[in-house]
Design a binder for this molecule. Structure first.
Ligand code: PLP
Ligand code: TYF
Length: 389
């Protein structure tokens, strides 16, 4: 049977991990895969997470199945964290735990495909590499709209609005809640408001990929546009990840929130989601979600976590300023948010930087800002200055 199988193109980002490991040059810099790193280049387990895991080990008296919602305390607390108490507890909000933000996205696309086979998913260009296989796996069509302008390192908002003018009622718009991957480019609050008005005017359903909550401008500031969309539209979907803001990447911690308009529709959405999840992973993994629940429900651990989150955010935003100050062509980097920026460099330059300078970045010139440090900044600045277009 397997003779008929073709090779798939491997994920270039994940391929970089191995290439970097095999490089033994001492000055090598890993700006590849999107994980937070400290000034030593490490991604340690957060103190709040370690403490909560100890409590979990002590207190957990059973590992019996949790059921389709997953850890309901975790789901409730992340819904409140992302959406605020009122929206989170609406009877029209369906909430469930998923294996990471990736699982939430896959489930959301499956739901959308089941609801409307011919809905088009509008995706800004460029976007996170995994969005396309996720959309295609659900059998949905995606269409690109202008988003990022490499000439200004900012959002081409007029181009985006013009392209979305041809979206039809019932189409889906995939938005990054904050910390755009790969560009870091941010909407102003008036642009968010215009986008909301566009969704209202044209009957578009927003699917908000909210994978970096708190890593941009803070928990409240990052959530504000997401809440505005959920509050002011009849239907909205939020795919939430705790893998970055709690540093729990491999534990695959996420949840999905879907707002519907009537009791009957809410029930139908819930039953569809449970049915689809049953056919994919049956029930979500427990450990990471239980750990997050312990943190969010303990005032002490919650405040430890918020401080750790703030220090991750401040480190990233400090590095952004340092890059902008060292390289005038990259001054816009200071206004971007999150782990990523797209360097205006050619594909050839990306390869030369890797081969000759031991600087590893994604093929499109995406860098993980957190991979920079006080120690490697001079090598980075000196190496890329000759390649910036
Ligand atoms: N969405 C974006 C934009 C991401 O960068 C990631 C990162 O992995 C995810 C979703 C998925 O997150 P998770 O690791 O929780 O599946
Ligand atoms: O964009 C990143 O680097 C992270 C991690 O298939 C990631 O979101 C990258 C590729 C992938 C899954 C996760």
């Amino acid at each position: 049977q397997f003779r008929s199988l073709a090779q798939q193109t491997p994920d270039a980002l994940l391929g970089l991990i191995r290439l970097f490991q095999e490089d033994h040059r001492p000055h090598k810099i890993d700006l590849g895969v999107g994980i937070f790193r400290d000034d030593q280049g490490l991604t340690p387990v957060l103190g709040a997470v370690k403490a909560a895991e100890r409590i979990l080990v002590e207190q957990q008296d059973s590992k019996s199945y949790l059921g389709p919602v997953g850890d309901s305390g975790f789901v409730d607390l992340t819904a409140r964290l992302a959406l605020g108490d009122d929206l989170a507890t609406s009877p029209f909000l369906v909430r469930l735990q998923t294996p990471g933000g990736n699982g939430a996205l896959r489930l959301a696309f499956e739901l959308l495909a089941e609801a409307s086979k011919d809905a088009v998913v509008w995706v800004g260009s460029p976007t996170w590499v995994n969005h396309f296989p996720l959309i295609a796996s659900a059998g949905l069509e995606s269409r690109s709209h202008r988003f990022y302008d490499p000439a200004t390192l900012r959002i081409d908002f007029d181009g985006m609005m013009a392209d979305l003018g041809s979206a039809k009622s019932g189409d889906v718009i995939l938005l990054h809640g904050c910390c755009h991957n790969p560009s870091g480019a941010t909407f102003s609050s008036s642009e968010w408001t215009e986008l909301l008005a566009l969704c209202q005017r044209q009957g578009l359903l927003p699917l908000i990929d909210f994978a970096y909550h708190g890593l941009g401008d803070g928990l409240e500031a990052d959530a504000a546009p997401v809440r505005m969309f959920v509050e002011n539209l009849p239907e909205a979907i939020v795919a939430y990840s705790c893998d970055k803001n709690f540093g729990m990447y491999r534990d695959r911690v996420g949840s999905l929130f879907v707002k519907a308009t009537t009791h009957a529709e809410t029930d139908a959405v819930r039953s569809q989601l449970f049915g689809t999840a049953r056919a994919m992973w049956s029930m979500p993994p427990d450990h990471g979600a239980a750990t997050c629940r312990i943190i969010l429900s303990s005032p002490e651990l919650r405040s430890v976590w918020q401080e750790e989150l703030a220090s991750m955010r401040e480190r990233i935003n400090g590095l952004r300023k340092a890059v902008a100050n060292s390289l005038p062509q990259l001054s816009a980097v200071a206004n971007q948010r999150g782990l990523f920026s797209l360097l205006p460099v050619s594909k050839d330059a990306v390869q030369l930087l890797r081969e000759e300078r031991a600087i590893y970045m994604a093929p499109d010139g995406r860098i993980n800002i957190a991979g920079l440090s006080e120690a490697n900044m001079p090598h980075f600045v000196q190496s890329i200055s000759g390649y910036l277009s």
